[in-house]
Design a protein around this ligand. Structure first.
Ligand SMILES: Nc1ncnc2c1ncn2[C@@H]1O[C@H](COP(=O)(O)OP(=O)(O)O)[C@@H](O)[C@H]1O
Ligand SMILES: O=C(CO)[C@@H](O)[C@H](O)COP(=O)(O)O
Length: 577
């Protein structure tokens, strides 16, 4: 007999793809599908999911492309025989910070969709006052970020209030720039969604509220008072920052924030029932950011860290401590009031590693994008590129794009050498590009190690476990170097679950629908059904005596070299070879 047990869908609308994953109540993943923006929707002409306007430091994506991706994803699911009638709940994960500007007619369009036509035909362009969404790689808002920091007395006070100092990609500065550059389109905007709440809105058939965790990526929400911060809303609303009418208008465009990550926002819109066969009682649960969603892909212990090796590279931890600093981000936990998510986000993550991979291949006369040479070089190069204890340590910083951590506006590649005895840090005259394969992963991991230290128990300054997720997690050489630098008392693990953000979203939908009452926590419900066998694979030992300590010895030199890069005092190179 055909299985008719409930299914829960998690979608991930990330930079390069829209993915979906379905789980059963016992947490078993039974279906996965994806649409790649570059490969499956070439007519938009995006590269790696985005358009880049280098002149103005803008990075953005067409909203229509995401809608067409959803049409295509559902069609592919149907073609594969997916049984929509079993879906009892849907939640999602969206690339963070991006904003979608709905037109005045949007709600009525969303609520009266005809099954004769696709979502794309009916919503684009009419449902939007602006056809693009700024992407998290955008770097165009320096002026606005300075205004945000100043508004509350500096980036440390902004971090205290909102969980982060001012950041180019954060939605508040992006909205202010939109107000300044596109006043007519802003006036024609009825509501502003994040990418996550945009996704939920499509399924709900009306504008969904912004989620309690993803809202922390806006520089607009005060985590301490648990409400929009009036000082920052009024700044984003008008360049003067003192226009009460403009402030009121922005409050209306943003709407309420939903405090319960497991709230049933309502049943799925009738369009999806009639067109695809979803049941009428399928619940739409708030979508959150892709990073908050990732920490829901497994029951995370205190002192555990997740390293997400996607387009961006992030390190995530769940913590009871609200310990804000402009050096990193704190978000509300997506399901548990009183818990927080710590995050560092590197723009030069996957794309920078790919540049080095290609340079290493080129140096070896290989003209493709395979990882074999990069991996060989990363594993065979000794720790910090030192072949003997007296050798100088090699430290590299690889920023083909402007970087978030540290805040570096000018792209470039920087190589330093550290004298073993004097600890003097000098810019290198250059080294063989094969050293860069290890050096880039060491550099990214050292940054994570140094900046996550305040969150770890000082008596136990290593994570308990490091979990790797995202496209790069299948790479054992990267895991090897990360393990050397970060340690990990129990080791380094790969979360073998397909897409962790989509899985976290599917678990969130499951928890929201099946929790006994609003008191049953996500951790309790998912923890009681979780069996790590088949889902978690140990890929490396973590702590290796001597190795972890060797990296400890260059922490100071690393901080000094990074400071020079940040202050523009290092020369660097514009190419690797
Ligand atoms: N074998 C591999 N080794 C290292 N990196 C890889 C490998 N396979 C894929 N990647 C990286 O994974 C990234 C995409 O990760 P993914 O998690 O799918 O993306 P997104 O962040 O858009 O969700 C690419 O930028 C690519 O560099
Ligand atoms: O900007 C951030 C987090 O602050 C990024 O992590 C985005 O959320 C995009 O994620 P991916 O598409 O790389 O998964």
């Amino acid at each position: 007999m055909a299985d008719s047990s409930p299914l829960y869908l998690g979608l991930d609308l990330s930079t390069q793809q829209l993915k979906v994953l379905a789980v059963k109540s016992n947490l078993e993943t039974v279906f996965e599908e994806a649409v790649s923006f570059d490969d499956d929707l070439p007519s938009y002409g995006v590269r790696k999911g985005v358009f880049v306007n280098e002149k103005d430091d803008e990075v953005f994506a067409p909203v229509a492309m995401w809608i067409e991706a959803l049409d295509l994803l559902l069609q592919r699911m149907k073609n594969k025989g997916f049984d929509f009638s079993r879906v009892k709940g849907i939640s999602g994960a969206g690339q963070q910070h991006g904003s979608v500007y709905w037109s005045k007619g949007a709600e009525s369009l969303l609520s009266s969709l005809s099954t004769e036509k696709s979502l794309l035909e009916q919503l684009s362009p009419k449902a939007f006052s602006w056809k693009f969404s700024p992407n998290w790689q955008d770097h165009s808002t320096s002026e606005q970020v300075a205004a945000f920091d100043d508004r509350v007395g500096g980036d440390d006070l902004l971090a205290k209030a909102t969980g982060s100092g001012g950041h180019h990609r954060f939605t508040g500065p992006q909205i202010l720039r939109f107000v300044q550059l596109h006043p007519e389109e802003y006036a024609a905007t009825s509501r502003i969604s994040l990418v996550s709440s945009f996704l939920a809105s499509l399924f709900l058939g009306k504008i969904a509220p912004i989620d309690i965790s993803d809202v922390c990526g806006m520089n607009l929400f005060n985590i301490e008072t648990e409400t929009w911060d009036d000082r920052l809303i009024s700044l984003a609303a008008s360049p003067s920052g003192t226009d009460p009418v403009a402030t009121k208008v922005l409050y209306e465009k943003l709407g309420e924030v939903e405090p319960d990550g497991g709230k049933n926002l309502g049943p799925i819109s009738s369009y999806f029932v009639k067109k695809w066969g979803f049941p009428t009682d399928c619940a739409i649960i708030p979508s959150t950011g892709d990073n908050p969603s990732t920490i829901l892909a497994l029951p995370l212990h205190p002192q555990d860290a997740i390293v997400s090796l996607g387009t961006s590279t992030t390190i995530l931890m769940s913590t009871e401590k609200y310990y804000p600093s402009p050096a990193y981000h704190m978000f509300n936990h997506p399901t548990q009031p009183g818990l927080y998510m710590f995050m560092l986000c590197y723009k030069n993550g996957g794309l920078a590693r790919e540049e080095i991979r290609d340079a290493v291949n080129k140096a070896k006369g290989i003209n493709d994008h395979s990882w074999a040479q990069f991996n060989k070089a990363a594993v065979e190069t000794p720790i910090l590129g030192k072949t003997s204890p007296d050798d100088k340590a090699k430290l590299g910083f690889y920023f083909p794009l402007p970087e978030i951590v540290p805040n570096v506006g000018n792209p470039g590649f920087y190589r330093f050498e550290v004298d073993n005895t004097s600890k003097k840090v000098e810019e290198s005259k250059g080294w063989d590009v094969t050293h860069d394969a290890r050096a880039i992963v060491e550099s990214q991991a050292l940054s994570m190690r140094i900046r996550s230290a305040p969150l770890l128990d000082p008596k136990n300054p290593q994570p308990r476990r490091v979990y790797l997720v995202g496209g790069g997690s299948r790479n054992k050489a990267i895991a090897h170097v990360l393990a050397d630098v970060l340690g990990g008392i129990e080791g380094v693990y790969k979360l073998d679950v397909g897409n962790a953000c989509a899985l976290g979203a599917a678990y969130k939908a499951l928890w929201a629908v099946e929790r006994r009452d609003s008191g049953e926590s996500f951790e309790d419900l998912i923890g009681s059904r979780w069996n790590e066998e088949g889902k978690v694979e140990k890929v490396m030992d973590g702590y290796k005596k001597g190795t972890w300590e060797a990296y400890g010895e260059v922490v100071q030199a690393y901080t000094e070299a990074e400071g020079r890069v940040q202050k523009g005092e290092a020369k660097g190179d514009t190419s690797l070879i």
